[in-house]
Each structure stands twice: as C-alpha cells, then as structure tokens.
Design a protein around this ligand. Structure first.
Ligand SMILES: C[S@@+](CC[C@H](N)C(=O)[O-])C[C@H]1O[C@@H](n2cnc3c(N)ncnc32)[C@H](O)[C@@H]1O
Length: 421
C-alpha cells in the first residue's frame, strides 16, 4: 500500500502516524523526513530527483509512505504516482496556498494559483500582470525577487510573501515588488500578488480566473476612438482568433489607436501592452481600459525602438507600422504575429518580414458589408473598406497526414509528462 502524507508543520494526525509506523519505505524531502517519526527499521529515500524516488516506490517491498508538502493532490506528487499506475491513499494537510490566503485574511475562491516550480516564470508573471489576485508557487531562481523584478515598474502590485509556513522560519511579509528584489527569502515560499483595490474581488460561482467574455469582437462604439480609427469588429474577430489570447500570455498591440485589440485580449485573461506614439491616443486607450475594467499597460513611443524595453510577447497585433516593425515583432514573438493592412503593396513585404523570422505566413482579404436600414423597411449593404489580414505562426501545425492504407500502424504517443514536483 502506498500512502501519501501531506505535511504542513503540524504533527501527523493519527491515521498518518499509523501509516508511518507500519512503513517499510518512507520517501520525502529531507525537511519532511526530519520532521516526522520514521520507524527505526524503515528504509528512507530523500526526494531530490523525483524520478529516482519514484523508482524506489515502484520497486518497494512492503508498505510505502510518501511525504509531501501541504495537499499532495494540488501541484503535488499524486499525479506522478498515478501516472506510474499507483493508486495511492492520500492523507492531505493544509495547502500552502490556503494557509497563505488565511495569513493575508483574504478569500481565495477567486484567486488564480500558478506554479513556477520547474517551469518558466514568464507565464506566472503574465498571469500576475493580468489578474488582480494570484498565488505563485515558487522555486529557487523563480521566487519573490525574480517576480518583483519582472513586475516592477509596469505593474503596480503588492506582495504577501509567505515563507516556510508552519515551519521554524515562518514569516509573512507585505512589500512592494521593488522591495522584494532587494531582500533574501527562505525556501519554501509562496507569494500572493495582489492588485490593491481589486483584491477583495466579487462573489462568483467558479474558482480561479473569471470565465472568458460572453461576447467578443465588440462593436467599434464600445471604444472611444478618433475619426473612426479603430480596428473594425469583423477584422478584430479574425485577429483575435489568430492571436489566441489566454491566461499566462502576453500580447503586444502595436500602433494601438483606441486600444481595442489589447483590451479584448485582456478580456480573455491575457496580459497586454498597448504601444502607441501619440500622447492623446495613449490617454484615450487608458480611458477605454478603465471603462472595460481590465488591466493593459500603455507604452508610449515609436516602434521598433520602444519594443526593446518590453518583455517578450506570445503574440503581437500590428495595426500600425511598416515591414521593419513587423520584422522586429516577429523576431520576438513566441507564437505569432497578426498584421492588418489597408494598402495592397504592403502585403508582400509583410509576408517576407514574417518569413525572414521563421514564421509560416498566411494572408486573407476581408471585406464585410453590413446590413444598413433604408426607409420603407428595406436594407442596403454598407460596404466597409477591404482589409488584408496577414499572419505568421512560429510552429505551424502541419496538415494532417494523408489517410494511409490499412497496414499503417498507430503512432506511439509520447511519454506522459512527469509529475508536478
Ligand atoms: C510542488 S509545490 C507543492 C504545493 C503543495 N502541494 C501545497 O499544497 O502546498 C511546492 C511549492 O509549494 C509552496 N510551499 C510548499 N510548502 C510551503 C510552506 N511550508 N511554506 C510556503 N510555501 C510552501 C512553495 O511555493 C513551493 O515551492
């Protein structure tokens, strides 16, 4: 029998103590093994390399106890054990996230919980840029200082850094991102990243991030704009489909105008930066952002020079700027670039700029005619100007393989991913 025992600093409750007393093998971090009573005859394996520790569990003779922090079913070892075919009994303790929010005196059903443990920090940072209440499970090299460095100064937030909850070095510190960069922090720690004023949150029906918007490709009059300089709804619909904004993404909107694309990306939960050279337009973008109740950073300046100071985007919308700007965006975009163009002569250089940076390029001309009422209960077609939408994808999905004959063998799927610890 394999029992996973969660540890949160309290002595193991009776069922966990019983499993420990009868264990032939106890696996866990050095900190956990030192904190619980391990029977004299039991073999112990220190969980450094997770795969090696799991090998020991696979080959164990007799009952096994795996010690893990907090709730082992939450970003913990239970997934890895299951993926190796085990059906463990789980005796959870309080998750560090629940404990951290309790220390901060905040509800957390509306909080986003992200892990930087064994993963790239950038997705966690982007979630913090977009969402008002985020708990970050950290790792060495991806902790409070690195988070603070990434968020300062564009994203005003406050941190609640919770170190070694339940342990001898427990400390709860409220600070600003800038201050977090100058201090040293005990492992393990969890960081609550809060947008003051929005951190109390609304009562909802779903845990975590709010569901996506109920409608998108909003009409032009949902945004303040100057002389109809706003990406039309039909064009925005395709642009958003190709940008694919999600929680954890960062989207740039270059030549943002009214900020409509950046704002719609933020409504999908992505972090967004609107780049615009005109001061008045920047003010208009900020007003539109406020009106839509989202967060969008506004960077005033001229692309491509201003882009150097921005964090790498997942995807970019270019509403204004020539092939030089498109190429600069393509060189930085992790996933893709979408460009809206009125002039036909710009299409070829745009395709070339995307291809030069290794993106697979596509283009379409969109021409929408909206029904417009005429007297006498009839309608005419009001034609909008045609627009070219050109886009490039970094890792374009290859077309499905042609159906093969009956002798074709099924493909072996890649190995299941490793666990979360
Ligand atoms: C692999 S995750 C495990 C989460 C765990 N299952 C839980 O429910 O707390 C490891 C991360 O959890 C957080 N963590 C675990 N124990 C902690 C503690 N005692 N104090 C603060 N953070 C802790 C840290 O962010 C750590 O890097």
């Amino acid at each position: 029998m394999i029992t996973v025992v969660g540890y949160d600093g309290s002595p193991p409750p009776p069922p966990a103590a019983e499993r420990l007393a009868g264990a032939a093998l106890v696996v866990g971090g050095a900190r956990h093994l030192a904190a619980v009573p391990v029977p004299a005859g039991a073999r112990t394996v220190v969980m450094g390399d997770v795969a090696q520790a799991l090998d020991a569990v696979d080959g164990a003779d007799g009952d096994v106890v795996v010690l893990a922090s907090g709730d082992p079913g939450f970003f913990g070892i239970v997934r890895a054990l299951r993926s190796r075919g085990h059906e463990p009994e789980v005796l959870p303790a309080l998750s560090s996230v629940a404990r951290a929010f309790a220390r901060a005196g905040l509800s957390w059903d509306d909080a986003l919980v992200v892990s930087a443990h064994g993963r790239d920090l950038r997705r966690a940072v982007n979630a913090c840029r977009a969402h008002p209440k985020v708990a970050v499970l950290t790792a060495p090299g991806a902790g409070p200082a690195e988070l603070g460095r990434a968020l300062f100064p564009q994203s005003p937030r406050s941190f609640v850094v919770c170190e070694d909850l339940g342990g001898p070095n427990e400390r709860v510190t409220r600070c600003r991102p800038a201050e977090a960069t100058t201090r040293s922090w005990h492992e393990p720690n969890v960081v609550l990243v809060l947008d003051d004023g929005r951190a109390v949150g609304e009562r909802g029906w779903i845990a975590g991030a709010r569901p996506g918007p109920s409608s998108w490709a909003l009409p032009e009059d949902a945004f303040e704009h100057r002389n109809s300089v706003v990406t039309k709804a039909e064009v925005r619909a395709l642009a958003l489909a190709r940008l694919g904004p999600r929680v954890g993404d960062l989207i740039w909107d270059i030549g943002a105008g009214s900020g409509s694309v950046a704002i719609e990306c933020a409504r999908f939960g992505a972090a967004a930066i609107a780049v615009e050279r005109d001061q008045e337009s920047c003010e208009r973008i900020r007003a539109n952002v406020r009106a839509h109740g989202v967060r969008v950073a506004v960077s005033r300046g001229e692309a491509p020079a201003v882009l150097e100071h921005l964090p790498d985007p997942d995807a970019v919308f270019v509403g204004g700027g020539g092939p030089e700007v498109v190429r600069a965006c393509a060189s930085r975009a992790l996933r893709g670039v979408v460009v809206a163009l009125a002039a036909m002569e710009r299409v070829r250089p745009t395709l070339d700029a995307l291809a030069a940076e290794g993106l697979t390029a596509h283009a379409v001309q969109l021409q929408a005619s909206r029904l417009s009422p005429l007297p006498g209960d009839v309608h005419r077609l009001a034609a909008a100007n045609p627009v070219f939408v050109v886009w490039g994808e970094r890792d374009a999905v290859p077309p499905p393989a042609r159906a093969a004959g009956p002798s074709r063998r099924p493909q072996i799927l890649a190995r299941l991913p490793e666990g979360d610890t």
